[in-house]
Design a protein around this ligand. Structure first.
Ligand SMILES: O=C(O)CCC(=O)C(=O)O
Length: 339
């Protein structure tokens, strides 16, 4: 297979809001170099690597800042042993401040032509190297079904440099115009994959610290496999015009990380805490019909012993509000793992 072409580089347009907006509307993504100072990214990387080392994720025989994974510790969200270490990384105060850095908020304000809102919720990812039957490569998906609200845009940024082989993100340019595509149970975000042929053209590229990829919530995307020995660390945050509704799920901390009070109790400085509290937000419920369909499919697959349902079953256990569904999922997980 021919390698995917490089992203179209929009760095030269970064000061020109209307040009960025037009390109984002045309391609569904923008790749911008030096969005944040490289040193700010590397400092956060060091902080997270220290926590990863304390949690046993790194090879103790290698220098910490090489970020070499301890293969025996390989784990993935939402497994318990992942969450035990991850919650300390996710709570990191300097990590939280990256997504509200003035350079980022100003860029989105230029793109929207009106004040931009950073969602309180965001994701931080730690992708262990692919090995044997361990593969945590994010599958093909769209964000819309998970984020809801009005049209919103992701900013994906690796914490450090990220060549293609370390699991860079790839987007299907132009796919955002196809709307929300049908999904099936899988290993993509939220335990769902897209069930139809992918529209658009796959593009990807190598990131330096501070480079970022912006894409719309209907832009189809996936990660490339991490074929290095390092853990690939990144964060992805969501942005939208402040005047538009935001779904309730984006107002709480990452699942399994406690309340905002719990998160902020670990911080040394108050900067950036509750940055949204004085904004006039319209908060709406997430349309959960996609999850309901996923769950019905996952239960049916798990009953048949299909391990493809495992990620979705784990998410029901960790995140569903219905105790009856959680206990059915626990029982099915036990059966899947015993088989
Ligand atoms: O970082 C990854 O592996 C996936 C990121 C992603 O799916 C997203 O930013 O929506």
């Amino acid at each position: 297979m021919k390698p995917y072409p490089d992203f179209l580089d929009s760095t030269s347009l970064a000061a020109d809001g209307p040009a960025l907006r037009d390109r984002l509307a045309r391609d569904g993504y923008l790749f911008v170099r030096n969005l944040l100072p490289a040193q700010a990214i590397l400092d956060v990387r060091d902080r997270l690597l220290r926590k990863a080392a304390e949690g046993g994720w790194l090879d103790p025989t290698a220098p910490m800042n090489a970020g070499i994974a301890n293969p025996a510790a390989a784990c993935k969200d939402p497994e318990d042993r992942y969450m035990r270490v991850f919650r300390h990384l996710w709570c990191d105060e300097e990590l939280h401040r990256l997504r509200i850095h003035p350079a980022i908020i100003d860029l989105f304000t230029r793109i929207f032509g009106e004040p931009a809102l950073a969602h309180p919720m965001f994701v931080q990812r730690n992708i262990f190297p692919q090995a044997g039957n361990f593969d945590f490569t994010t599958g093909i998906h769209q964000d819309r079904v998970h984020i809801g609200g009005a049209t919103n845009y992701a900013l994906w940024m690796p914490l450090g440099s990220c060549p293609r082989e370390k699991g860079a993100l790839a987007v299907a340019a132009g796919s955002h115009t196809a709307g929300v595509l049908p999904t099936k149970v899988g290993t993509g975000a939220g335990g769902m994959d897209i069930a139809v042929p992918i529209p658009g053209t796959w593009v990807t590229g190598a990131f330096n610290p501070g480079d970022g990829l912006i894409f719309q919530d209907t832009t189809v995307h996936k990660a490339l496999p991490n074929r290095t020995r390092e853990i690939r660390m990144s964060f992805d945050a969501r942005f939208q015009p402040l005047s538009q509704p935001i779904a309730d799920v984006n107002m709480t901390p990452y699942a399994g990380c406690g309340t905002w009070e719990d998160v902020y109790a670990t911080w040394e400085k108050p900067d950036g805490q509750y940055f949204w509290k004085d904004f006039p937000l319209e908060i709406v419920p997430l349309d959960r019909s996609h999850y309901e369909r996923r769950d019905a499919m996952a239960f049916e697959m798990a009953e048949r012993g299909d391990r493809q349902a495992r990620d979705a079953i784990l998410r029901i256990i960790q995140r569903d509000k219905d105790p009856a569904k959680r206990s059915r999922a626990e029982e099915l997980l036990g059966r899947l793992d015993a088989a």
